[in-house]
Design a protein around this ligand. Structure first.
Ligand code: 13P
Length: 254
């Protein structure tokens, strides 16, 4: 049985003080929910402070990006060895990084390999554009992103993949639970083809894109959806707690 995982991607939001207040507002409640893995991904500059605030709790931390070298002359970048002191997870290949920072499948693949080598669990993001979706190219696009992102990577259940259709991110137009499950099943098959059935069954696959406390149930009840990568709604303590709480209670009937 895969443990459900709910991760909050705060993106480029919250100054240090705001980040600390947000964590203080939800730390106790989140900690009390124990059958869901809870991962907060704040901006880099807040990781150290939040690590202190969640010390001794069941909440984990993730970064939103990293470079694939340990150190050196890479002005502005953050390395895996800087992150391993602070967090367990790292989001890689988010569509916003692909779109605004020209990240390619090849670059993302290097980051995935390096994260795993360094002991960080990658949350690899994949997703099709509206045009791909409307022209029936979702499967082709997703399979290509999975194969390219995992090229040369040894099978591991430490990997998490988030399916985030670009048309659903920040738009308020989430996929339906059924749509998400169909594509996520394709992702599981792609992982099984590339690796093996057993590992594919162990890898957690998340849905992301306009997830809120009002629609989380629709995703969580689906057989292949193991959790969510939440953007906007993770910036509101009560919303995020409700998403985790509903995930926890629905898990038993999956
Ligand atoms: P929203 O939940 O704001 O649509 O963002 C989803 C996302 O991109 C999470 O990584």
């Amino acid at each position: 049985m895969r443990k459900p995982l709910i991760s909050g991607n705060w993106k480029m939001n919250t100054k240090l003080e705001e980040a600390e207040s947000l964590v203080r507002a939800m730390v106790a409640e989140l900690d009390s929910i124990d059958n869901v893995e809870k991962v907060l991904c704040p901006p880099f500059i807040s990781l150290a402070a939040i690590k202190e605030l969640i010390k001794g709790t069941s909440i984990e931390l993730g970064a939103q990006n990293m470079y694939f070298e340990d150190k050196g002359a890479y002005t502005g970048e953050i390395s895996p060895i800087m992150l391993t002191d602070l967090c367990d997870f790292v989001i890689l290949g988010h569509s916003e990084r692909r779109q605004y920072f020209a990240e390619t499948d090849e670059l993302i693949n290097k980051k995935v390999k390096k994260a795993l080598e360094s002991g960080l669990k990658p949350i690899l993001c994949v997703g099709e554009s509206l045009e791909d979706n409307e022209t029936g190219r979702t499967e082709q696009k997703i399979t290509r992103q999975v194969n390219a992102g995992l090229a040369g990577v040894s099978p591991t259940s430490q990997l998490v993949i988030a399916y985030e259709p670009i048309w659903a991110i920040g738009t308020g137009k989430a996929a339906t639970g059924k749509q998400a499950n169909t594509t996520i099943s394709l992702i599981r098959s792609a992982v099984a083809n590339l690796w093996d059935e057993k590992t594919a069954e162990a890898v957690r696959l998340l849905y992301g894109g306009s997830v809120t406390s009002s629609n989380i149930a629709e995703f969580i009840i689906e057989s292949d959806v193991d959790g969510a990568l939440v953007g906007g709604a993770s910036l509101k303590a009560d919303e995020f707690v409700s998403i985790v709480r509903q995930t926890s209670s629905l898990k038993s009937i999956r």
